[in-house]
Ligand binder design. Sequence first.
Ligand code: PMP
Length: 394
Amino acid sequence: MFDYSVFAKELKELEENGLLVRIKTLESPQGAWLTINGKKVLNMCSNNYLGFAFRDELKSAAIDAIKKWGVGPGAVRTIAGTLSVHDDLERELAEFKKVEATLVLQSGFNANQAVIPAITTAEDAILSDELNHASIIDGVRLSKAKRYVWKHRDAEDLEEKLKQAREEGARRLLVITDGVFSMDGDLAPLPEIVDKCEKYGAMLMVDDAHGEGVLGSHGRGIVDHFDLHGRVDIEVGTLSKAFGVVGGFVAGKKELIDYLKQKARPFLFSSSLSPAETGAALAAVRILQNDDTPVKKLWENARYFKEKMQAMGFDTGHSETPITPVMLYDAKLSSQFSVRLFEEGIFAQSIGYPTVPKGKARIRVMISAAHTKEDLDFALDKFEKVGRELGVLK
Ligand code: PMP
């Protein structure tokens, strides 16, 4: 029998270091307020940026899709066929993103596993920002290409690595960056990265999971934000955050998408999104195409909360988006802060190593358009109370 005490020992160590994640069970939907263990708490953890996870139009679209298509896709699309609702979502998503085509996958995580190994071989080089998301890192690990890691948001260091990769004989160069870095909320310097990629003939891929529905006009993402349409080869996105549902996608040229349909393993070997998810995501795209009010509300809320937190004396890092890290650095303090907030009626998780580097623990506050001003004032009040109590605020 395997000796499971090795796992128990590691779990205990995590607990002792304030790094054990305790998953909460919700007794309510992902709204602005949640019920957890019978207690009503303000939700400051979810990526439901626009409040779409519980929006009536999306719920109705999911129910209609179930009535029309049932609950399961049958098998992988290359074998069982594509439901026309998948085609509708991919076409309308492409129109929304202003690209030629999109391919929808089961998650944003899977979208990175799909695209990176499919388009690179051992003859190629992949260049990745040092703080790229875990799903990019794992996607890169699945490729046989040589890896180069460049300093976070440093286009000059990227150029050095591009030169090096060329000198070392790489055939194809693939540069990958997060659009929005999910733990700090800072943006990739995309215009500079585009210039470097054009100079060295590299393909550029941006994972815009936290930019979709957040940045750019109507939430079209970071490419729209910087007006770089046509100059970024591959956009990876998620339907699991601002779009309020679950799923991921790749957006780009028709040839790229046609190629991925033949080569991308999560597309070829794993069943597609269910009809309900697909129908709901299509409804989300249609809302955003016609109405940018939720995106405007999200930004109004984010600015209000961040300004007030900074005025109180909290260190909120250098976020440029609604992701608001409340930097506490020490993992135990951060964990204690989160526990106290919960007791005060706020659900805001502490994030520590390995999700963020050691010594950079924080409470990551996720602002949503679903929050009212009263909700935010309630949160500010509680942050101030706990901040003083734990000596974070003087
Ligand atoms: N990429 C980035 C940058 C992310 O932050 C996330 C979600 N944490 C993902 C991909 C994965 O998205 P999904 O939850 O749809 O798998």
